[in-house]
Design a protein around this ligand. Sequence first.
Ligand code: HEM
Ligand code: HEM
Length: 182
Amino acid sequence: MQEPAYTRTAVVLHWLIAFCVIAQIALGLWMIGIPKDPPGVRAWWFNIHKSIGLTLGLLILVRVGWRFTHRAPPLPASMPRWARIAAAANHHLLYLCMVLMPVSGFLGSSFTKYPIVYFGNKLPYWGWDAPELKDLCSVVHLSTASLLIGLITLHIAAALKHRFVDRDGILRRMWAWRRPVT
Ligand code: HEM
Ligand code: HEM
């Protein structure tokens, strides 16, 4: 009998977004240390971060929409109640952070006097120069990033525990969408 597993769409979206989010966090943390002199270098990397972030935001939107219309496969009966609750909390918070990151980044970048440049193309400028709103969005962006890093660390630690300690096939559910018949 085939054990329940995530579908091909869920697996592809999970790994594509997981890879891009981790890369985007690393890029964000690195780019804020780029000196303002010589001019242009810092702005170039900021624009790359914004462009990737907006693309990622759209992908996350697709994933959330898809998830709202599809159920997760049932967890193995052997999994204790506390672990089910912890997994559900971790997944919900991961989704929340994945939505908050691009939204706070986009809003923060809209409350400056510069238009957002998306892979070389200026996006329509709808915002206005509001330093206090920009700062608020930056605080949300930074604190959500810290929360996200903590959640991802826990998430990976849990996946490794399932794989090497519990050996209950949880990692395989998100690894291969066609399971061998056992
Ligand atoms: C999933 C998407 C995103 C992730 C994971 C992400 C992650 C990060 C991280 C880790 C930092 C460095 C810490 C910080 O200062 O906040 C950062 C900074 C920044 N990000 Fe993002 N970001 C994302 C999307 C965006 C988007 C869509 C924009 C704008 C359109 C954006 C604009 C910025 C800016 C301007 C900064 C510099 C700090 C600031 O002014 O707030 N980010 N981002
Ligand atoms: C090496 C890194 C990662 C590993 C090994 C991993 C592993 C997994 C596994 C095995 C599941 C399925 C859990 C289950 O069967 O109930 C899962 C689900 C999930 N993962 Fe990851 N993951 C990784 C990175 C990430 C990252 C970076 C994010 C978010 C930024 C993320 C977000 C999620 C979410 C939201 C779910 C719940 C899926 C749903 O039911 O809709 N994962 N992950």
